[in-house]
Write a protein that binds this ligand. Structure first.
Ligand code: ADP
Length: 168
């Protein structure tokens, strides 16, 4: 488990290779962590995002990090929770897997993820954490890059959920 680390705080402050963003499918900025990343990265991030023509739910696209300390941003579009019978679990899983595949292709050694979909998109936090940890662990077992994955929890509830699951 040593390739998985937990951090409490603000993902925009991290000095690592890449941070993942919980974006919406327009990729043109939003609230929550998306807004924080765009504010910290500056207007050039939005300019690059405009060239990407959006991103479908469950997929991910990479940009540079601009004014962020992180070199890259991997924009992930998580599912909006709609009761749980609308493919939400698989879509959440696939946005993490697709971000990790991009990280492998770009030789990104360290990547940090926020708790995608668990804010405004209302995915139940405990359910999300279980899905995310198992998919990331499985990916790391089969891939040597990224070397380290950070989970950055902004709220106490997510932090405590991850802390307990990582301990198990
Ligand atoms: P979504 O629409 O995918 O639910 P949100 O941005 O609303 O995205 O929330 C996703 C998660 O990001 C939430 O758990 C929220 O607490 C967290 N979050 C908000 N701001 C930050 C930040 N600056 N750094 C890390 N996580 C953040």
């Amino acid at each position: 488990m040593s390739r998985i680390k937990l951090i409490k705080g603000d993902i925009t402050k991290l000095e690592i290779d890449a941070i993942a963003n919980a974006a919406n499918s327009s990729l043109l900025g939003g609230s929550g962590v998306d807004g924080a990343i765009h504010r910290a990265a500056g207007i050039d991030l939005l300019e690059e995002c405009r060239t990407l023509n959006g991103c479908p739910t469950g997929e991910a696209k990479i940009t540079k990090g601009y004014k962020l300390a992180a070199k890259y941003v991997i924009h992930c579009v998580g599912p909006i929770w709609n009761g749980g019978n609308n493919n939400e679990d698989a879509l959440l899983e696939s946005c993490y897997t697709n971000a990790l595949k991009i990280a492998t292709n770009f030789g990104i050694k360290s990547i940090a993820f926020p708790n995608i979909s668990t804010g405004i998109y209302s995915f139940p936090k405990n359910r999300a954490a279980n899905i995310v940890l198992s998919v990331v662990e499985k990916y790391l077992e089969n891939n040597s890059i990224p070397e380290i994955v950070y989970f950055v929890c902004f709220d106490d509830e997510n932090y405590n959920i991850y802390k307990n699951l990582i301990r198990e």
